[in-house]
Design a protein around this ligand. Structure first.
Ligand SMILES: C[S@@+](CC[C@H](N)C(=O)[O-])C[C@H]1O[C@@H](n2cnc3c(N)ncnc32)[C@H](O)[C@@H]1O
Length: 251
């Protein structure tokens, strides 16, 4: 795993940054530590590569930017991810997003009315996710429904799937090696890949998900990827770059 340390942007944030480091079991400081840094700033928690600052910062912002744009103009229930989980008029399934990452897909589903449990195992990604969640809960536009519909969990999804109450849908979007040359991959995604690496246990998580999902398991894959665990889905929703393989648990 890439080395990562937590630091504060200014003296007033040092206590908060130390608390965060303890909560996610990450080292605090020093400010010149090599590798990646989680920096607590006045606008929120950001991930930065000290040696490659041009890659920019990664953070979770559900109130503005691309996530808000997708929420407002992304196509609502017509979006592929919504169709894949079975969102229809009068049907808003509960979703356990077992590979939450920065929570973008989960957020789309919550904005459309689903109860969403986000599960993320990587401590730095989970810290970014919690930070974005806490800020979103306080937002005057989206805070109320975020608080009512979204829960964040830090842990291994196999364990969380077994311990959380049953959800209608288990959603999986494991990291998949990119086919493009690295220069073509979005800078943010490069930083994220460097941090998280490959999700080698995806097939095992899928097997547990099939045993526990109330209605279906949905797996997001790049268009060139094989089926997860070599298993043919019951149906697929295909977009330009991705597909959503849908496995019904009671076909
Ligand atoms: C491709 S990203 C997901 C992106 C996400 N769908 C989004 O919209 O932001 C995959 C994430 O799943 C997490 N992950 C993979 N396997 C996991 C597991 N078994 N338990 C918990 N988290 C897992 C990885 O750490 C990574 O952050």
């Amino acid at each position: 795993m890439t080395a990562i340390s937590v630091i504060a942007e200014c003296a007033e944030l040092v206590d908060g940054a130390k608390q965060l480091a303890r909560r996610f079991n990450l080292p605090f400081g020093p400010s010149n530590a090599p590798g990646l840094q989680l920096i607590l700033t006045v606008r929120g928690l950001v991930l930065r590569d000290r040696e490659q600052p041009k890659l920019g910062d990664v953070w979770v912002d559900w109130t503005g930017g691309a996530v808000a744009h997708r929420r407002n103009f992304g196509g609502g229930r017509g979006q592929a991810v919504a169709k894949a989980v079975g969102l229809k008029k009068g049907q808003t399934p509960s979703v356990l997003d077992a590979t939450a990452g920065l929570g973008r897909d989960g957020m789309v589903l919550a904005s459309l009315g689903c109860q969403v449990s986000l599960v993320e195992r990587h401590p730095a990604v989970a810290a970014l996710l919690y930070d974005g969640y806490q800020r979103a809960c306080l937002d005057s536009d989206i805070g109320q429904w975020i608080t009512e519909r979204v829960q964040c969990h830090h842990g291994q999804s196999r364990e969380m799937i077994e311990s959380l109450p049953q959800h209608d849908v288990i959603y999986l979007d494991p990291m998949f090696p990119h086919r493009q040359k690295s220069a073509q991959i979005k800078k943010e995604m490069r930083l994220f890949q460097q941090l998280v690496g490959a999700d080698e246990d995806a097939d095992a998580v899928f097997t547990v998900a099939l045993q526990h999902a109330g209605k279906r398991v949905v797996v997001k894959r790049p268009d060139y990827a094989d089926f997860i665990a070599g298993q043919q889905p019951h149906h697929q929703i295909v977009t330009k770059k991705n597909r959503f393989d849908v496995y019904m648990t009671n076909p």
